[in-house]
Ligand binder design. Structure first.
Ligand SMILES: [Mn+2]
Length: 324
């Protein structure tokens, strides 16, 4: 049994700010290549890790132009919803979204959290479960989202999640670490959401895989370096053979992502840093001169000392609020 996993396709009808190419045309070429890979590898099953669409309700024309290609995949597609597929990070809105509609038409199958699907092909029985993105993911007990309740009546259990699963800690981003979920009953955990992906992690015969997004939306240096790919998992012979297939239709990051925008952003933040530094240096001087002005006014107007002191006190408080 062979599985093709891909994730974060962010189907949309226009260009992200940082892309220099015709993004919808590129997307169509990539999807056609995914169809070809699925066919070449004779996959029995395709799994999408979420963020199928870039918006919960893209236009009908945009949807048709992409699903016209995706429906040629010669195997069933199972998917979960990513944060971009739903409104307000709430999977309860799925029925009002394009992903919900597409699933209603039978163009793909949406996994239902907590429900097991069994697929049997070439003598292998697979248990498939999934978890959509939701507002509490990576903030509550990871077992609730990243682990199926159990593995039952099957050879291999696969669990798919759209969440920030990382192989090592990353500051400032709400995430879940692989080491927190190594007790999962699933043999294979497939993850989307983290577009950069990570190298395959194997712990005690359990596989934690994220091959990265099919598209590069941001001009982050990591994205420029990265090559879009899909993951082929071969379960025949009792093992879990993995192959990352790089998309030949993808172009080098430098050609599609606008470095000029990065340069401008870096320049802007550099200038901002210089400006803040200059402000800090000026602050003592400015502060002294404000005090001098208050003193001058107080003297000129013959104000009572208490008034002058109150004014200076308020200026000091304001200075403190501004961070000294
Ligand atoms: Mn995404």
């Amino acid at each position: 049994m062979r599985i093709l996993f891909f994730t974060d396709t962010h189907l949309r009808g226009n260009n992200p700010e940082s892309r220099k190419d015709d993004f919808p045309a590129t997307l169509k070429r990539k999807l056609a290549e995914v169809v070809a890979i699925a066919s070449d590898y004779q996959v029995d099953l395709v799994i999408h890790g979420g963020d199928v669409f870039d918006l919960p309700v893209p236009s009908l024309t945009v949807t048709a132009s992409y699903f016209n290609i995706l429906q040629k995949i010669p195997a069933p597609i199972y998917a979960i919803a990513g944060n971009h597929d739903i409104f307000a990070h709430n999977p309860a809105t799925l029925e009002r979204t394009m992903l919900g509609f597409i699933a209603g038409l039978g163009l793909l199958h949406l996994l239902v959290p907590g429900e097991k699907v069994y697929i049997e092909k070439k003598g292998i029985r697979l248990q498939l479960t999934g978890q959509h993105y939701h507002y509490d993911i990576d903030a509550r007990d990871p077992a609730l989202d990243y682990m199926p309740s159990d593995k039952k009546d099957c050879d291999v259990a696969v669990h798919v999640v759209h969440g920030m699963l990382l192989d090592k800690p990353f500051p400032l981003i709400r995430h879940t670490l692989v080491e927190q979920i190594v007790k999962t009953p699933a043999d294979i955990t497939l993850c989307g959401h983290n577009h950069i992906g990570f190298a395959d992690v194997v712990v005690d015969g359990k596989y934690f895989l994220n091959c990265g997004a099919l598209v590069r939306l941001s001009n982050h240096p990591e994205e420029i370096k990265r090559w879009p790919q899909v993951l082929i998992i071969d379960l025949s012979g009792g093992g879990v053979k993995r192959e990352r297939v790089r998309l030949q239709s993808a172009l080098p990051g430098e050609e599609v992502l606008d470095r000029e925008k990065i340069r401008l952003r870096e320049e802007k933040s550099q200038r901002l840093a210089e400006f803040i530094q200059a402000l800090k240096q000026e602050q003592d001087l400015a502060f002294t001169s404000v005090n001098a002005i208050v003193n001058a006014i107080a003297q000129q107007e013959g104000l009572e000392p208490a008034v002058r002191e109150e004014a200076l006190k308020r200026i000091a408080a304001a200075q403190e609020r501004l961070g000294g």
